[in-house]
Design a protein around this ligand. Structure first.
Ligand SMILES: *Cc1c(COP(=O)(O)O)cnc(C)c1O
Length: 193
């Protein structure tokens, strides 16, 4: 069974706490600053909670991200990987990582291109980073299924175990294509503004 990451971005503490109290343990945020505001105290109060950064990470925020998060899903360039490695050493902490792939080859989308993926993965391995697997956000308005299949194939080629894919609109297809982490927001918390 895949692990469900409850994506709590934009939702206040008061709507997150009942879910933690109920026993859910994996949560996701897409902005470092928002996560710091909401989760710094919650993580102390609920030490078993696992927090996932699923949004873009700028190198100047890496020190905060490594400190707060247990997983980072958005590694997509060497500079960022190097910075994460340096911060992990400074803080004596290890974070579990996913490499984000721009699986639809979209111009503005985050994620490493398919052609640069192997190099980035090897770069991360040489830094002894703990890469669990690949992550993607398929192009909007297209059938995600084809992209998920391709992700599974690439993940297997790299002999990686985990796959972070699937959101409210396409999590069933993601699960059928061997996703191990589903990132679900609105289906759990309701519509965002
Ligand atoms: C917001 C977000 C999600 C969750 O989106 P929903 O459609 O609300 O389930 C998943 N992944 C990423 C990267 C996100 O930013």
């Amino acid at each position: 069974m895949p692990i469900i990451i409850a994506v709590s971005k934009t939702f206040p503490e008061s709507e997150i706490v009942p879910l933690i109290e109920y026993g859910h343990s994996h949560f996701g945020e897409n902005k470092v600053q928002e996560a710091l505001n909401k989760w710094t105290n919650l993580k102390v109060k609920y030490p078993d909670v696992k927090l996932h950064l699923i949004g873009k990470l700028q190198t100047n925020k890496v020190k905060f991200a490594v400190n707060l998060f247990d997983f980072i899903h958005s590694v997509d360039n060497e500079k960022l990987a190097k910075k994460i490695s340096e911060e992990q050493k400074k803080q004596n902490k290890k974070v579990k990582l996913f490499i984000q792939v721009n699986i639809g080859d979209e111009d503005q989308k985050s994620g490493v291109s398919k052609k640069d993926l192997k190099n980035l993965y090897n770069f991360c391995k040489n830094l002894e980073l703990e890469v669990l697997g690949l992550m993607c956000i398929p192009p909007l308005g297209k059938d995600s299924n084809l992209y998920f299949k391709e992700m599974k194939t690439i993940n297997d080629e790299l002999k990686l175990k985990d796959l972070s894919m699937g959101m409210t609109s396409d999590y069933i297809d993601a699960a059928k294509n061997s996703a191990t982490y589903l990132r679900i927001g609105s289906k759990i918390f309701g519509l965002r503004n």
